[in-house]
Design a protein around this ligand. Structure first.
Ligand code: UD1
Length: 415
């Protein structure tokens, strides 16, 4: 188990560069197996989730060559073996192999995925969509066997605009016969990034980024070059750190539109921000206004950012609130934050944070990825030393976090 130790109260300045998006690369790597030739991906972040996906690809006899931020994936000798729980449980995104292998071979055997425990996280919408495309699903304990003699394009309406289901159905439909339409599709930028990747191989997908995605099936996908978009959640993490402790901290290599719901909320809090074409410069204000946040699907306020801004809300002059509408159990960070002195009340899907409060360093536990990142923000803000246990969660989604933060003036170590 890794531990992060932080000495709080340091001013953050200089420049911090955002890496490629975790939620994009974890879809792109499974999507690569659909290709009938090699694929080349740039701006790949070094994350434990990426390492876990490499393990799955290599187990399936897919070649992976990486150098710095470049990755070549060679799926030409793929062997479509069952993906057991030792692989699938390591990350949520292992479930993208369902859509990709089903789409390519008409058969996949895979155990249920793992991932952060932030709610029930069922996969019924994925399975319903596969069935609509003509697949049959047999469940055997925690293993699913999904088969289709032929996948046939159809109209699929998602009861909820799920990111995972939208991507998985796009993967399954790329080589299906005829036209698939996904209605009430999720619109997150990572979906657009994955659709662009597939289109550059020769897929025929239109409408990604809107709530109606149309996929005209193709037979062959050829080699391509692709770049991972910047990570909007990581960008948001650094912007919030700057809002708490920044002196003209420049967060660069981001797409401002992707973090708009956050930057607008920070402006409402009174945080001075300068937004450039691919950067945000952020400083700590004299005082913070309390704000109310409601999480929504993109382009609404991002659920992952909710766990991060919670730490900043502690500093506001009055009561802030968070309403979590996407997940049932995404407030575990708040219990840890209260160990540091935050005054918080959680009532069902709503949390109230009473400020202003000064946080004091203590030992806390990362209960999931963004909870861990929220505690890093809190540790940077707190007086004294904060020890974050279970920090492996943080490494799933933040590349070189210690080095990056040390370079802008933070004092922390990973043990
Ligand atoms: C993705 C992101 C995660 C982000 C979330 C919401 C990845 C790897 N993870 O997660 O960081 O917080 O989007 O933006 O990209 N649901 C169902 N049935 C389903 C599928 C989902 O009920 O079949 C529910 C989930 O339980 C959850 C909600 O829909 O309450 C949203 O889930 P979804 O959009 O699918 O999120 P993920 O893809 O898991």
């Amino acid at each position: 188990m890794h531990i992060v130790k932080i000495k709080g109260g340091k001013t953050l300045s200089g420049e911090i560069v955002v890496s490629g998006a975790k939620n994009s690369i974890v879809g792109l790597m499974p999507a690569a197996v659909l290709c009938d030739e090699d694929v080349n991906i740039y701006n790949v972040p070094h994350l434990s989730d990426v390492d876990n996906l490499i393990d799955i690809l290599e187990y399936l006899n897919v070649g992976v060559e990486s150098k710095e931020d470049y990755m070549k994936i060679i799926p030409t000798n793929l062997c479509n073996k069952p993906i057991h729980s030792e692989f699938s449980k390591k990350l949520r995104a292992s479930y993208y192999f369902m859509g990709a292998l089903l789409g390519k071979y008409g058969h996949v055997e895979i155990s249920f995925p793992g991932g952060c425990v932030i709610g029930a996280r069922p996969i019924d919408l994925h399975l319903k969509g596969f069935k609509a495309l003509g697949a049959t699903i047999t469940e055997n304990g925690d293993t699913m066997i999904i088969d289709a003699d032929e996948l046939i394009g159809t109209n699929i309406y998602l009861d909820f605009a799920s990111v995972g289901a939208t991507i998985n159905l796009m993967l399954a439909a790329v080589k299906a016969k005829g036209k698939t339409v996904i209605e009430n599709a999720a619109k997150e930028p990572e979906i657009v990034n994955i659709a662009t990747f597939l289109n550059s191989m020769g897929a025929n997908i239109s409408g990604a980024g809107t709530n109606k995605i149309k996929i005209e099936g193709v037979e062959y996908l050829s080699s391509c070059f692709h770049e991972v978009i910047p990570d909007r959640i990581e960008a948001g993490t650094f912007i919030i750190m700057g809002a708490a402790l920044g002196d003209h901290l420049k967060v660069s290599n981001l797409i401002p539109e992707h973090v708009y719901s956050l930057t607008e909320k920070l402006r409402e809090m009174g945080v001075p921000l300068e937004i450039g074409p691919d950067y945000v410069i952020v400083s700590k204000p004299e005082k913070y206004n309390p704000v109310d946040v409601q999480t929504l699907v993109y382009p609404g306020f991002v659920t992952d950012h909710q766990q991060l801004i919670a730490s900043l809300m502690v500093l506001a002059n009055g009561t802030s609130s968070i309403e979590e509408t996407i997940y049932e159990n995404r407030f575990q960070n708040l219990y840890e934050l209260s160990k540091m002195g935050a005054r918080i009340k959680v009532e069902g899907k709503k949390a109230y944070i009473y400020g202003p409060t000064k946080l004091t360093g203590t030992t806390v536990m990362a209960t999931d990825l963004r909870a861990g990142a929220g505690l890093v923000i809190a540790g940077l803000m707190a007086t004294g030393e904060t020890e974050i246990q279970n920090a492996d969660y943080i490494l799933r989604g933040y590349e070189n976090i210690v080095e990056k933060l040390s370079n802008i003036g933070a004092e922390l170590e990973l043990i």
